[in-house]
Design a protein. Structure first.
Lengths: 848, 277, 300
């Protein structure tokens, strides 16, 4: 099931595999999308739903599944769910569900703007007596604070079990409700639900694939959670052919998340030191962040964290200065993209260094963002072409309209030519967490340089600049460990001799022993005493030994291809793959065999003594579990990490080793996915009194006006998305005549019904308006777009690809002039996938 | 041992990678007709939006040797929804109208069965253009000669497949030995028939003496913009010639009657008298 | 809306259509002359001489038009010699190839005939040339020349028929015949016109010529009807477009019916015609031009 993604158009190469599954293995492909797209055209089933109603659809599938005959009679489902998920876990009796509180959960603050998750917690047995008397190490700290095991009721009868809570929570998510809210017929819904159900079990697995059709919502994270729950309930996680696959966006956007371009996380998904949290010292940091996770593999958090700080500051990182933690920057608030621009427009940001982004087109409420750029003192843009962002000061719509005058803009803009991918060495991490190395083919032309070159030499100059500073705040720059000088072999064939060593960077990310600089084959080798450095623990093993780069491997086979590149963590292609075997460690079925327990195999345990029995995977897949922990082993109540986990706890990154149907922690907007209407919606929430996500991120600032619920001025739903022919803000495609001529101009897809209503003619100009702005586009009238009947009344939805700007060989208005700054509370992603607007025939400003 | 391509439209996603790969390999520019100068912009910008589904390049041309068609078919109630994609190019006909028509031997068939235009021989008489039953060839104003898909002549004669097939992410276009491609096509056709695609058919086995580039369609060829029955024009040449000769003879006879001494007499005299009256 | 129409060659009417036309006139004039020569003997010498003269001067213009429409005019010789190996080349499947050769041969014939005219009229005094011309009896090259002439008049029609353009393909196999008939009528009209200007448009010889012209025009009319019938729905562009109008009014009404009428009664009801003979000749010639223009353009 592809839902929330237009896979064929946006992931054309990856899409060959679903197609292969269809042509070679008779797989059924389903597409759930408001529009009929090139993906729908290749799928067996297309179910159209109104944008922003996915949780109703998925919730209804959950409801349908757990009440279905198949799910309740086929033993597989119960065995998987009771043992591998937290369905049986008992939740705090204080917990109140949306059913009790009319659409919100217990713990919502007075002003209704934030949740405290205290009441979402598990019921636990008393904490065990700790073996540690006085803590010498960070690990000891964790060992002293091991919580009691969660209480469970394997019969799932107790009203406080997660399962009963879920049953109650999704009761009102019925096929009838789907028809009323999503505008998708009951029959079509049941077809989708039953196809998933019938294709899940011992012998068959189903996969759910999504992308930003799900993320770009004020409930984005919860939509994905719902899919995760569904897959867990269907026993589709940790098994071949199952899972919830996120199709990542930009090339190596996965890598940039892993190596943390995100403001709130450190490489390898450690948390960023935060001035607002109890993070004063490294000890506090570890107590705050690691204790709640210590009974999962995160029990190794201290080793990962210390090795990271050691990697940053090298010799200067000592036990005394907490390995440099004391000087490491801390965040003071939400510094994600949208609030950053809000701060910028408030004049709080002086300088802006922009590499690989074009917010003048890609940023929500792009007019707001372009005007914010004018508040900067300086801006550096590194790119291939003069992007709309780089050109905002001379020919942006605001200049043309006179809102901004070039003469008055104080921002000093520097444009630096960037190198393209073939002109630099490095690695991509793709959607499957697979690292693949790419070589440098040629030098970049003239003054163009790679980003790594720019960053490295900028760093060197800054270090020089601060060399003599005695200020504490400059310590980090002064002591930053910064040695990526190229090895002769890396530069001998090239003109540019001061290109830093991509290998050295990857080696540091992989980790090595500080003493003798030996690469580490596994994150199991990491230490918390400063003897190892590691930039990002999840990548450890990509360079198992000096000179060997697994990311460069190119040996393919017919299945897992373990020797093609390197899949983090530890070359595991299917995470939590312990779940591909049953309680006894036997494969659920021959057909779906992946990892299983071989009782006779001999091997050594971590302490080195020979033991009988181990987990094996003939495919060459690496086992995502303690290699020699028997399936029946009971975990140590006062241990951490793998010691605490039992042999039937496949979900080793969860503190209870189970897949979370109910999220006691980690989410700020509730433990269970709940349908809230998009922040801007033409209809009232038909499920609850609560209209939209109660803790949604909004910025009520000038130039960012929002529409009312069911705003009569803006009755039409608009969704924005991509085309195969262009790439994002278009800088990489609109300048190429070959691509420009494929999709020459901005257009708006709308149904013949709406076109007739508004008297809009195909291929002629139309205007789309919101409180933020107005754009003109060519009309593409097509039955691929459809009106939805929501609770008896017709709701029209239009769609616009957003690739255009005023530069390049294919030009058009910036669609993001329409969108608003509004965000998901968990990850502050915008709601570009659904807001409201109005349309009329003719060009912007009324001309025909 | 003819080489060719099998285009399985049932797994085409309409991504147009083939169109772009063709231009890239063959160093073809953007179609000049698609770009215009815009006031205040230093360079020409694309102006070829058509509103015809996702097809903006419209047809094959001297710079577009490949063209992906988009066919939207929805019934009133949207209970039947179809969006077909079909990537089109020169079919490298076994009986090639273009080649038959060329007066200069500019169009030749190589040892691999592909039909290529020799740019240095072509005089730009344009006669091949209307002679191709598939509307493949076009004149380039720039070169004064005509151009079309060469089946990547340079690539295939150097052990490579065609650029479009290479770029196709789904394997919708496959390059190879025509006989092997046919086996592959037949197998796929059977599979689809079993799945209930009763109208599925293969286009190109019989047309124009057999097309080295042939297609699998899910519906009749006309739905995909291909002529149902093609007659290679030159097949009609004998009849056309005979008819013409007959007329020539007939006119000759007319002349005989007109100019021969006897027979005309009365007529002429009548006129003469009429005049003298 | 899908189009699986074949591509159009974008032939310019003022080159290709005109080339088809004057080729037809020249060939027509020659054939009429040759046939007059053949069957008419001495009585028709005048007609023949004028015909040959017209044929020669007009044919000179044809290659100019043909070459002017080429994308690479400087390579026109590739029509006769394969540029890769320098060996003469003819593509028997291609009316254009064969036609080009025919035109070349026809050029030769019309030159010879013209020289013969000059010599026999004593306008060119050259004993050796006269001798050479004596070698072959007029009748012989009249026959062959007439044949080649008809070919030249007809192949341009076949060129159009042997394509995949709907109108042209659908009207197959009529256009060759139609263009021959038209060539004959316009050829005869051209001769008549000259005779009128030379004030010798009277007497039996002239009447015979006029008679032939009528027959040719009736032929032409019949072929047009036949064409519309075989072309069926593909004849649409000839019925409803602007070219359709030109075709029916220009070619059929003014170019054929009106002259026939003038031939019959020397007048057209309602209009007074000063010099019916000359007017009809001019109309026939104009009609012939429009015929080519309409068929070439409506087909594109
Ligand atoms: N050719 C090309 N490929 C790309 C990109 C590109 O610009 N061009 N961009 C890359 C990047 S950065 C990313 S993030 C990915 C994005 O990949 P995708 O997420 O697949 O792309 P989108 O087109 O943004 O949105 C996908 C679909 O979401 C649907 N949709 C909108 N609202 C909803 C909703 O509420 N529910 C559901 N179920 N569907 C909805 C839209 O109709 C659209 O068809 O693509 C990557 N790949
Ligand atoms: N309304 C709406 N808005 C959206 C979306 C949507 O679906 N709807 N999608 C959102 C999503 S998912 C994304 S990812 C963003 C993307 O938004 P942006 O990232 O702003 O858009 P891009 O065009 O990808 O910008 C990348 C720039 O980096 C340049 N570049 C490429 N490679 C390199 C390199 O190696 N070095 C340097 N220095 N530059 C390089 C490119 O030329 C381009 O100018 O847009 C978001 N905006
Ligand atoms: S652009 Fe790159 S990542 Fe995206 S589909 Fe094509 S090959 Fe894959
Ligand atoms: S498709 Fe047209 S251009 Fe190609 S070989 Fe056949 S006739 Fe010639
Ligand atoms: S245009 Fe060139 S290739 Fe076509 S027929 Fe004429 S000479 Fe031959
Ligand atoms: S075979 Fe070569 S020339 Fe022909 S369409 Fe494909 S890429 Fe273009
Ligand atoms: S590349 Fe392949 S899938 Fe894409 S449009 Fe061409 S034929 Fe279709
Ligand atoms: Mo993205």
């Amino acid at each position: 099931m592809i839902m929330g993604s237009n896979m064929a158009e946006c992931h054309p190469v990856a899409f060959r595999w679903p197609l292969k599954a269809k042509t070679d293995h008779g797989a059924v492909l389903m597409h759930v999308d408001p529009r009929f797209t090139r993906t729908s055209a290749l799928c067996d089933i297309h179910a159209a739903i109104r944008a922003g109603t996915d949780i109703v659809f998925l919730g209804a599938i959950i409801n349908h599944v757990i009440n279905s005959k198949r799910w309740n009679t086929v033993p597989f489902f119960k065995e998987y769910v009771v043992n591998y998920t937290n369905a049986a876990t008992l939740v705090n009796p204080d917990f109140k569900d949306t059913e009790d509180l009319n659409g919100v959960f217990s713990g919502l603050s007075e002003d209704g703007k934030a949740y405290s998750n205290a009441s979402w917690s598990y019921q636990r047995n008393p904490a065990p007596a700790s073996a540690i008397v006085e803590a010498r190490t960070f690990t000891d700290l964790l060992l002293q604070k091991v919580p009691g095991r969660p209480k469970t009721d394997p019969s799932l009868k107790d009203p406080h079990t997660v399962f009963q809570i879920i049953r109650k929570h999704y009761k009102r998510y019925t096929p009838e409700m789907v028809e009323k809210v999503c505008g998708c017929s009951k029959e079509m819904f049941l077809k989708v639900a039953n196809t998933l159900l019938d294709n899940s079990g011992k012998d068959r697995t189903s996969n759910i694939t999504y992308a930003v059709g799900w993320t770009q919502h004020t409930v984005g994270v919860q939509i994905i959670r719902a899919a995760g729950m569904l897959q867990a309930l269907l026993g589709n996680i940790g098994r071949p052919g199952g899972g919830v696959l996120a199709l990542r966006g930009h090339a190596t956007i996965q890598g940039s998340t892993d190596i943390a371009t995100l403001y709130h996380s450190l490489p390898g998904y450690l948390n960023m030191p935060d001035a607002r949290k109890a993070h004063e010292s490294l000890k506090d940091f570890i107590l705050t962040e690691a204790v709640p996770l210590s009974t999962s593999y995160w029990g190794n958090y201290p080793k990962f964290a210390v090795s990271y700080f050691k990697a940053q500051f090298g010799d200067a990182a000592t036990k005394e200065n907490n390995y440099g933690y004391d000087y490491h920057p801390k965040i003071t608030g939400d510094h994600s993209h949208m609030p950053m621009f809000v701060d910028m427009s408030a004049g709080k940001i002086k300088g802006f260094l922009i590499m690989g982004q074009n917010p003048a087109v890609g940023g929500q409420n792009a007019r707001f963002q372009r005007k914010a750029l004018a508040k900067l003192d300086w801006m550096v843009v590194r790119d291939y072409y003069e992007t709309e962002t780089a050109a905002f000061w001379r020919n942006s719509p605001e200049i043309k309209s006179g809102e901004l005058k070039t003469a008055d803009i104080k921002t000093e803009v520097f444009f630096l030519p960037a190198a393209a991918v073939a002109e630099m060495e490095g690695s991509f991490t793709n959607t499957q967490r697979l690292l693949q190395q790419h070589e440098k083919a040629v030098d970049p032309p003239d003054e163009a340089r790679s980003d790594i070159w720019f960053t490295y030499h900028l760093g060197k100059r800054l270090k020089k600049l601060y060399a003599n500073s005695t200020k504490d705040r400059d310590w980090a720059v002064k002591n930053l460990f910064w040695d990526y000088e190229p090895r002769p072999s890396e530069i001998q064939n090239f003109r540019i001799k001061d290109e830093p060593s991509a290998y050295k960077v990857l080696k540091e990310i992989n980790g090595y022993t500080w003493e003798d600089k030996k690469p580490l084959p596994s994150f199991a080798n990491l230490k918390e005493d400063g003897t190892t450095v590691c930039g990002a623990w999840i990548y450890t093993g990509v360079i198992p030994e000096e000179g060997k780069n697994f990311a460069a491997r190119r040996k393919a086979d017919e299945w897992i291809s373990p020797e093609w590149g390197f899949a983090w963590p530890a070359n595991r292609h299917i995470m939590y793959n312990r779940a591909s075997a049953d309680l006894q460690g036997k494969p659920w079925s021959e057909k779906k065999k992946l990892v299983y327990w071989d009782p006779d195999a001999e091997s050594k345990d971590p302490t080195g003594k020979t033991v009988r029995g181990k987990w094996v995977a003939p495919s060459g897949e690496s086992v995502d579990f303690a290699a020699t922990k028997p399936p029946t082993a009971r975990g140590k109540d006062n241990g951490i990490g793998f010691d605490w986990l039992s042999g039937n706890d496949p979900f080793i990154m969860r503190a209870d080793g189970k897949a979370w149907l109910f999220a006691p922690a980690g989410l700020v907007d509730g433990p269970l996915p709940t349908h809230y209407e998009p922040y801007e919606s033409p209809v009232a929430n038909l499920l609850y009194k609560q209209q939209s996500n109660p803790v949604v991120k909004v910025w009520k600032v000038e130039g960012n006006a929002y529409h009312k619920v069911a705003d009569p001025e803006y009755p039409i739903v608009i969704s924005t998305y991509r085309l195969t022919e262009h790439h994002l803000s278009g800088v990489m495609s609109r300048w190429l005549p070959w691509l420009a001529e494929l999709m020459p101009e901005l257009f708006c897809e709308l149904s013949p019904e709406l076109a007739a209503e508004k008297n809009i003619k195909n291929a002629e100009y139309m205007t789309i308006k919101t409180a933020r702005g107005e754009v003109q586009a060519r009309a593409l009238v097509t039955k691929r777009m459809r009106p939805f009947v929501i609770n008896g009344k017709t709701v029209h939805e239009i769609g616009m690809p957003w690739h255009w700007g005023w530069q390049g060989r294919a030009q058009g208005d910036v669609v993001n002039n329409l969108s608003a700054l509004v965000g998901d509370p968990n990850v502050s992603i915008h709601e570009g996938k659904v807001f409201t607007c109005n349309v009329r025939a003719g060009k912007r400003g009324g001309a025909a | 041992m003819a080489k060719g391509m099998f285009v399985d439209t049932s797994i085409c996603t309409g991504c147009k990678a083939c169109q772009v790969a063709c231009k890239e390999w063959n160093e073809l520019p953007g179609e000049p007709a698609h770009f215009k100068k815009k006031s205040g912009v230093a360079y020409p910008v694309a102006v070829n939006f058509t509103g015809n589904s996702y097809d903006n390049t419209g047809a094959l041309s001297a710079t577009d040797w490949r063209h992906v068609r988009f066919i939207e078919q929805f019934n009133e109630s949207r209970t039947e929804e179809r969006w077909f994609f079909a990537s089109d190019s020169c079919k490298h006909c076994t009986d090639a109208g273009c080649m038959n028509a060329c007066p200069t031997k500019a169009i030749v068939r190589t040892d691999m069965g592909n039909v290529v235009i020799q740019d240095d021989v072509c005089i730009g008489c344009k006669y091949c253009i209307p002679s191709c039953p598939y509307g493949v060839i076009s004149l380039s104003e720039k070169t004064g000669t005509v151009h079309k898909c060469t089946l990547c002549n340079d690539r295939i004669h150097n052990g490579l497949g065609t650029a479009c097939a290479k770029a196709c992410p789904t394997g919708s276009i496959s390059f190879g030995e025509v006989s092997e491609l046919k086996a592959k096509a037949n197998a796929r056709l059977d599979q689809l028939k079993k799945l209930g695609f009763t109208k599925a058919n293969i286009y190109g086995y019989d047309e124009a003496g057999g097309l080295n580039v042939f297609y699998l369609f899910l519906d009749s060829p006309t739905v995909y913009g291909q002529p149902e029955k093609v007659v290679v024009p030159q097949k009609r040449l004998p009849l056309s010639s005979v008819a013409t000769i007959v007329t020539a003879v007939a006119i000759g006879l007319a002349a005989l009657i007109s100019f021969r001494e006897r027979g005309m007499k009365k007529e002429v005299e009548k006129k003469a008298n009429a005049k003298s009256k | 809306m899908m189009n699986f129409e074949t591509h159009v060659p974008h032939w310019e009417w003022y080159y290709i259509a005109m080339y088809f036309y004057i080729g037809g006139v020249s060939a027509g004039a020659y054939s009429v002359a040759a046939l007059a020569e053949l069957f008419g003997g001495q009585k028709q010498r005048e007609v023949a001489r004028i015909g040959f003269t017209i044929a020669f001067w007009v044919v000179l213009a044809t290659p100019v038009l043909l070459i002017a429409d080429l994308g690479r005019p400087e390579r026109f010789w590739h029509l006769f010699i394969y540029s890769k190996d320098g060996v003469p080349y003819i593509n028997w499947q291609s009316p254009l190839s064969v036609g080009s050769w025919a035109l070349l041969v026809f050029g030769g014939f019309s030159l010879v005939s013209y020289l013969d005219v000059l010599v026999s009229e004593g306008r060119l005094k050259s004993e050796p040339l006269a001798k050479i011309l004596k070698l072959i009896p007029r009748k012989v090259y009249a026959i062959v020349g007439a044949a080649v002439g008809f070919f030249v008049a007809g192949y341009t029609g076949v060129i159009l028929n042997i394509t995949a353009r709907p109108l042209w393909a659908a009207s197959d196999p009529i256009l060759g015949s139609l263009f021959i008939a038209s060539g004959a009528s316009t050829g005869a009209a051209a001769i008549a016109l000259v005779m009128v200007r030379r004030h010798i448009a009277s007497g039996a010889a002239f009447e015979r010529l006029q008679y032939f012209d009528r027959v040719a025009m009736i032929f032409e009319l019949g072929l047009i009807v036949l064409m519309i019938i075989v072309a069926g729905r593909y004849a649409a562009p000839l019925l409803f477009t602007g070219y359709g109008f030109l075709f029916w009014v220009g070619t059929v009404l003014l170019g054929i019916l009106a002259p026939l009428q003038l031939h019959r009664s020397g007048r057209i009801p309602g209009v007074t015609v000063a010099d019916p003979v000359m007017v009809s000749a001019v109309l026939v010639l104009a009609g012939g031009a429009l015929l080519r223009i309409c068929l070439v353009q409506a087909g594109q």
